[in-house]
Structures are given as C-alpha cells and as structure tokens.
Design a protein around this ligand. Structure first.
Ligand SMILES: Cc1ncc(COP(=O)(O)O)c(C=O)c1O
Length: 415
C-alpha cells in the first residue's frame, strides 16, 4: 500500500507551485479531486499568460515589427514543444483549437459532414465515450446518412475488443475511441484499435482528453490518424486545445473555420487555403492560451510523464482499496489500477451522488457528481449518476484519506 513518503512525485513542493492551494474551502485546506473536469494551474502557466499580455502582446504571423515577431516565436515555440510532448513527427501536425470538443468537431466536419462519407458508410464508436465524442458523429449521421455502431464494455468496464471483429466492415470509414474513459478510468488499447481500423481502410480518431494529461502518449507508437486533447485538463489555460493529425490525413481534411489566417488567396466568390496546420486556424488564435499550454507542457515534462503515471497508479490503487472497504460503496471500472487512469467513479447505496458531493464540499473536498457528459454510459451502467474523484500531480495519500473520512460522514448522515 502506498505511503505519502514513497509516492513518485514530491507533492508538498508541487503544491507550493499552485497558488490555489493557499486558500481554504469552508475553513479547511482545499482537497481538489476534480482534475478530470479541469486541472489547477501552476504559477508558471499563469505567469506565461500574463507575460504575453504584459510584455509582448501583438497578433501572430502578420506583423513585421519586433513585438509581433516575438509573439509569433512564442506561439510557434509552444506548438513545437507540444508536438514533442506527444511525439508528433512535426509541429505541422499540431492544430490549435479551443478544446477537445472543437478538435473532434473539426474532424467530424472535415472528413464527415464536408468530406468523403457517403450514405451507408459506417462509423464505429464505443459506449464509454464523452458526449463530445458522440454528438459530432450524430451530425455526420444527420447530414450524410452515416450508420453509427458502438463497441460495448464488459462487467469490468473494459471494451469488448472482440466486438471489433463483427463491427468493422468494408463500409467502416471512421473508428473512434477515448484513450481513457472519464468515468470508468479504463485505458483502451488504441494501438490495436488503430491497427484494426487501418485493416479495413478506416481512419482512427482518438479522444485523448483524459490520457495526454496523465500518461506518456506517443502518437506515432499508437498509430492513430487524429488525436484530440484539451489544455485546461493538463495544467494549461481554458480555451486552448489541440488536434494532432498525421500530415497526410490533415492535408485531406476540410477546414471548419473560414476567414483570416487560413487562406492563400481570396477573390470575390472564391478562395484557396494555405498549408497545414494554419488552414485549420482561421481568425486570430488564442495566442496567450497556446503560450500558457506550452508552459504547462514544460512543467509536466520536468516532472516526467512516467513519474506522473506511476504516481497516479499508486494513488488510484490506494483509493480503490480504501473505497472498496467502505460499506455500501460500489466502484466502477477495472479493479486493476494499472488498467485505468486516476479517475474513480462510485455510488453509495444510501446517498445520491449530489448529496455525497455536497457533504464532501463542506469538508473541503471537491469531487464531481452527475452523468459526467456520458449519458449513454450511464444508461449502459443502469445508473442515473455517479460520484467521481480524480487525481493529479498535486494529490497525495492524505487527500484520499480526507475523501474517505468525508464518505464516512456521508454514511453517518444517510445510513
Ligand atoms: C474523455 C473526454 N473527452 C472530451 C472531453 C471534452 O473536453 P473539453 O470540454 O475540454 O472540450 C472531456 C471533458 O471532460 C473528456 O473527459
């Protein structure tokens, strides 16, 4: 069983990098266990954004003057570091978006609604997706008559990989999957799924919102075609996300936003587009956000993503055991901490998830309750909602102990 002293990350010193941990909640030290929704921000990220606005604020790519060149250098420097962080072949494979949601919509529009999908073509997803990896494909169904199919999970919350044997056909054009589930924590075998997709000539689109922040991700090793993630879940600012796309598939993807920055030539009535990735970044981008995300990536790289992953495995294993020992608590997802990310969803017989979250709030512990933007998965699990604790680099054993103590209080109140 993990102890605070032998966790891979030095949490007390990490906590000092995050100004938010200087405050209290209901006069108690803040225990933040909702990083799957959004992470807290280290001073380095806050300062990087402030530094842009305070010292070299100018628009990117167009200005001839020094200030504009500095802004462009920092913006493009962030793209390069993010490319390195996910092991992309080139920064040209990194498109800045607003979020994972926008990145997936870009793909669904660019190869689905406006692309090569024909009536009866098939898109294979899974039952454990976040709404942002369901709804964009509903658009493709509506606009192009695509057929949607879904891989189910087993009782342990793992994808039934054998289902791909049946579901993948010559008509499959897109296979999409979350790398890690935001409810069950399950880490899916993207490498195998991408391989299977390619065998039938389909592209593989990965929702990595819950993996890139938490484990080493190598897009070339995974072999996927597109991969989406959000800055705000990985210590970065809100309003900035990333679409990774292999350069050849991006070249065949239609842009979502038309406007400035993304064009080569515009005439009355017609236009042509500039190169990848800029053709997907119409309009003034979120310059400060990209620079902030660059600082977040530097911070995570310094901790080391292998250490981040080991840290979360230790914390999750500890939490699974502690919650498993509580009366009337049911935990969802794989039992094995190595098969999941640092997300632990649970229900209590005696109390609704919202009541659990409210009582924990009074104890200074922030957790999530609800359907977690995964209503199809809630239907599959046959529950209206769950409570969810999620861990990150600033959490330790003591935080889990505070969670467990809070849950004992919930039990006292409701049982
Ligand atoms: C698995 C998964 N996909 C997509 C998203 C959407 O991310 P965003 O709201 O940053 O677009 C989330 C957010 O919770 C998520 O957990």
């Amino acid at each position: 069983m993990a102890r605070a002293s032998n966790l891979p990350l030095q949490v007390p010193s990490i906590k000092r990098d995050f100004p938010i941990f200087e405050r209290t909640i209901h006069d108690k030290p803040l225990v933040y266990l909702d990083s799957a929704a959004t992470s807290q921000k280290p001073r380095a990220v806050i300062d990087a954004e402030a530094d842009f606005y305070g010292r070299y604020n100018a628009n990117v790519h167009r200005a001839i003057y020094e200030l504009g060149e500095e802004a462009t250098r920092e913006y493009e420097g962030a793209r390069e570091r993010i490319a390195g962080f996910v092991r992309a072949k080139s920064p040209n494979e990194i498109v800045f978006t607003k979020s994972t949601t926008e990145a997936i919509n870009l793909v669904a529009y660019g190869i689905g609604v406006k692309g090569r999908i024909r009536e009866g073509d098939e898109i294979v997803g899974t039952v454990l997706e976040h709404h942002s990896n369901h709804v964009p494909w509903h658009f493709v169904k509506e606009h192009r008559g695509a057929v949607l199919k879904y891989v189910d999970i087993d009782d342990d919350g793992r994808l039934r990989m054998e289902a791909y044997d049946e579901l993948l056909t010559k008509r499959t054009k897109i296979v999409t999957v979350a790398h890690a589930s935001n409810v069950l924590g399950t880490i899916n075998d993207v490498r195998e799924i991408a391989k299977r997709a390619h065998e039938v000539g389909a592209v593989c689109v990965v929702d990595a919102a819950q993996s890139v922040p938490h484990l080493p991700v190598d897009v070339q090793a995974l072999g996927c075609d597109y991969l989406a993630f959000s800055g705000h879940k990985m210590l970065g600012p809100t309003g900035i996300g990333v679409l990774y796309g292999r350069e050849d598939v991006l070249a065949e993807t239609e842009p979502l936003l038309g406007g400035g920055e993304m064009i080569r030539e515009v005439h009355l009535g017609t236009s042509t587009w500039t190169d990848v990735p800029f053709r997907f970044e119409g309009g003034t981008p979120n310059i400060a956000g990209a620079i902030g995300l660059g600082a977040a990536v530097d911070y995570l790289a310094k901790l080391g993503m292998d250490a981040v992953r080991r840290h979360e495995i230790e914390l999750t294993a500890y939490a699974l055991e502690a919650l498993g020992g509580l009366d009337g608590v049911r935990v969802y997802g794989p039992r094995d901490a190595k098969a999941r990310s640092g997300v632990v969803s649970f229900t209590m017989e005696a109390a609704h998830p919202h009541d659990i979250a409210s009582i924990l709030d009074v104890e200074g512990v922030c957790i999530r309750s609800g359907h977690h933007c995964a209503q199809p998965l809630m239907e599959r699990l046959n529950v209206p909602a769950t409570a969810r604790a999620s861990f990150y680099v600033y959490n330790d054993i003591e935080d889990t102990d505070r969670l467990v103590a809070g849950l004992r209080k919930v039990h006292e109140v409701f049982a």
